[in-house]
Design a binder for this molecule. Structure first.
Ligand code: S3P
Length: 176
């Protein structure tokens, strides 16, 4: 497997839950030969409990604060890393401007149908717990669409394999 040149800035993968960020990030990090940081894992480690527990015992606002804190922390190191973000990182205007200033934002675009298929039966995403999942996912996706679109690179992932998406990202990164 060929190594590719890593840009001299962090790469931030954004996208809705189920867009394939974690799988694509693993492959990309391997091909770029760079460290991979999973922002959700950083939050869990800082909080000492799972994302489900943070949401249920402290609420979403506390989760969002932890998310912004961890984003700031990893970007302050000014290291060339690949960062897989959580789907909601784009909600905060502060997170969006920090990501734009410090790194290259790569958004993985995905359709509602693909998300619903991929997340069926998943129980580690508190925002998807409960009834009327399709309606809630649609509303959440619509409300975030403009924020996901504000990326340096946007890849349509629908119907593509993880390998294809990673290859497309690598190709588009050559311009940076
Ligand atoms: C969230 C996405 C999740 C996680 C949390 C909230 C969101 O990450 O950060 O459950 O608001 O979209 P993934 O996108 O990695 O599933």
């Amino acid at each position: 497997m060929n190594r590719c040149a890593m840009p001299d800035k962090p790469i931030l993968l954004t996208g809705f839950m189920g867009s394939g960020k974690s799988s694509v990030a693993r492959l990309l990090a391997e091909r770029l030969g760079c460290p991979l940081i999973d922002l959700d894992a950083e939050i869990v480690s800082a909080a000492g409990c799972s994302i489900n527990e943070i949401f249920s015992s402290k609420g979403e606002a506390v989760f969002r604060q932890l998310e912004s804190d961890q984003l700031q922390r990893v970007l302050a190191r000014n290291e060339c890393v690949l960062i897989a973000t959580g789907g909601g990182v784009v909600i905060s205007p502060g997170n969006r401007s920090l990501m734009r200033e410090k790194g290259i934002i790569v958004n993985l675009d995905v359709s509602l149908e693909q998300v619903l298929g991929r997340l069926a039966g998943c129980n580690d995403r508190p925002l998807l717990a409960g009834d009327q999942v399709e309606e809630r996912v649609r509303t959440l996706m619509e409300s975030r669409q403009q924020f996901y679109a504000d990326a340096h690179i946007r890849i349509d992932t629908n119907g593509k394999s993880v390998e294809d998406v990673a290859a497309e990202v690598l190709c588009r990164l050559k311009g940076f």
